[in-house]
Design a binder for this molecule. Structure first.
Ligand SMILES: NC(=O)c1ccc[n+]([C@@H]2O[C@H](COP(=O)([O-])OP(=O)(O)OC[C@H]3O[C@@H](n4cnc5c(N)ncnc54)[C@H](OP(=O)(O)O)[C@@H]3O)[C@@H](O)[C@H]2O)c1
Length: 360
C-alpha cells in the first residue's frame, strides 16, 4: 500500500507522515515546496531506502497532481484552507484513480465535495471521505450509533468542547478559520427538512458536558458532522453547537495574530489538550439517546484518524462515491480502534444534558 500526503510539509501533514512511518506504510510526500517536503521526510526518519518519495505539485497544476498521485492507492490531503485548494486535489485524486481522505474542518468545503464529486468519484470507482479529523470523524460515527437507538429521529444535536490548557490551535487551523470567518462567526450550516442552510438556527442554549456539573451556554457552530451526518441518518434536524466562549474567540482571529503564533503547539502541550463530543438524539415521539466520545491531542489524533481512514479504504474497500465516515467504515469498529490512542466513547452515557434536562 502506498499513500500520498498532500501538504506533507505542514504541521499536521508532518504528523500524518510520522504516523504512516510508524505503521510502516509506504509514503509519498507531495506539495509545492521540495525543500520543506524533504525536511518533513527527514523529520519522520524517512529516506529513499524506506520508499519515501518527494514529488512537487502545485494545487493549480492538475497534470502534476495526477502524475504525483497516479501510482498511489490513496491520498491524504492536509493542505488547508481547503476552500482554496481542496477541490483541485479531490479532482486529481479521482483522475488518478486514488481513494481520497482529508482532514478539513471547513463546512463549505465538505458541502462542495459532496455536491460536486459524488458522481465523478462513483464513475471512477474511487471513494472520497472528507472531514476525517479529530472532531469530524468521531462525531459522525457516534451520531450514527446514537441515532440508531431512537428512530425515527426528530432532532440530533452535536456538541463540541475543547479544553486546550495551553495548547494553541495550529497556525494552519487559524488560517483556515480566517478564510471561513463568516461561517465561523455566523454559526454555519444547519440541517432541517432535507436541506442545509445557514439560516437554520440551533434551538439549544445550554449543554452539560461530562465532568462538568453546570450546564454551559452554547451557540450554533459549523461542525463538519452537520454536513456529513444527514447522508446516513434520517433526522428531521441536525445542529452543531460549541461553548459560547469558544465560538466568540473566532472573532479575535486576525492576520497579525496568525503571523505571531508558532506553527503549532509542541508535542508536550498538545497532549494536555482535551476534546469532548456529545451527541443527543430525540425521536419523533420524544425519546432520547445520548453518546460521548472524548480524547486528547487534537492534532495527533487527527493524524491517527486520517491514516487509519485511508488505510481502511485501501485494505477493506468501501463503495465508490463521496461518503460520510459512517458510510465508509463500521462506526463501532473504528471508535474501538481509537481506544488504544486515548479515545473513550460510550452510547447512552450519563451526564449528557441539553438545555439542563438530564437525558439518562
Ligand atoms: N491540526 C489539526 O489537528 C487539524 C484538525 C483538523 C483539521 N485541520 C486542518 O488541517 C489544515 C492544515 O492545518 P496545519 O496546521 O497542518 O496547517 P499548516 O501547518 O499551515 O500546513 C498547511 C500545508 O498545506 C500546504 N498548502 C497550503 N495551501 C496550499 C496550496 N494552495 N497549494 C499547495 N499546498 C498548500 C502547505 O504547504 P507549504 O509548506 O508549501 O506552505 C502546508 O504543507 C487546516 O485546514 C486545519 O484547519 C487540522
Amino acid at each position: 500500500m502506498r499513500i500520498a500526503v498532500y501538504g506533507a510539509s505542514g504541521y499536521t501533514g508532518k504528523l500524518v507522515v510520522a504516523e504512516l512511518a510508524r505503521r510502516d506504510i509506504e509514503t509519498v510526500l507531495v506539495g509545492r515546496n521540495v525543500e520543506r517536503l524533504s525536511e518533513a521526510a527527514a523529520r519522520a526518519g524517512l529516506t529513499a531506502v524506506d520508499g519515501a518519495a518527494i514529488r512537487r505539485a502545485e494545487s493549480g497544476d492538475h497534470a502534476a497532481l495526477v502524475h504525483a498521485f497516479q501510482d498511489c492507492s490513496a491520498v491524504i490531503n492536509c493542505a488547508g484552507p481547503f476552500v482554496l485548494s481542496g477541490e483541485a486535489v479531490v479532482r486529481a485524486a479521482i483522475a488518478a484513480g486514488c481513494h481520497y481522505v482529508d482532514i478539513a474542518g471547513e463546512q463549505r468545503h465538505l458541502d462542495r465535495i459532496f455536491s460536486a464529486f459524488a458522481v465523478p468519484a462513483e464513475v471512477a470507482g474511487v471513494t472520497v471521505v472528507p472531514g476525517a479529523n479529530d472532531d469530524g470523524l468521531p462525531s459522525d460515527l457516534l451520531a450514527h450509533l446514537v441515532a440508531a437507538r431512537v428512530r425515527p429521529v426528530r432532532e440530533l444535536v452535536i456538541g463540541l468542547e475543547l479544553i486546550r490548557t495551553g495548547a494553541m490551535p495550529s497556525r494552519g487551523t487559524l488560517r483556515s478559520a480566517l478564510e471561513n470567518i463568516d461561517t465561523f462567526t455566523g454559526g454555519g450550516l444547519g440541517y432541517e427538512d432535507g436541506r442545509w442552510h445557514p439560516d437554520i438556527a440551533a434551538r439549544h442554549t445550554t449543554l452539560t458536558f461530562p465532568d462538568r456539573s453546570d450546564p454551559m451556554p452554547v451557540v450554533k457552530f459549523p461542525l463538519p458532522a452537520v454536513v456529513t451526518v444527514p447522508h446516513h441518518v434520517a433526522a428531521r434536524r441536525v445542529a452543531g453547537v460549541v461553548r459560547a466562549e469558544l465560538a466568540a474567540a473566532f472573532a479575535d482571529i486576525t492576520p497579525a495574530l496568525i503571523d505571531g503564533v508558532p506553527e503549532g503547539p509542541p508535542a508536550d502541550s498538545r497532549r494536555t489538550a482535551r476534546w469532548i463530543i456529545v451527541v443527543e438524539a430525540t425521536s419523533e415521539d420524544g425519546r432520547h439517546a445520548c453518546g460521548i466520545v472524548q480524547g486528547i491531542d487534537m492534532q495527533g489524533t487527527t493524524a491517527v484518524i486520517a491514516v487509519e481512514s485511508a488505510r481502511r479504504l485501501v485494505a477493506d474497500g468501501a463503495k465508490p462515491g463521496v461518503l460520510a465516515p459512517s458510510q465508509a467504515y463500521s462506526p463501532s469498529d473504528f471508535l474501538e480502534f481509537l481506544v488504544q490512542h486515548g479515545v473513550h466513547w460510550s452510547v447512552d452515557a450519563t451526564g449528557c444534558a441539553v438545555d439542563g434536562r438530564q437525558v439518562l
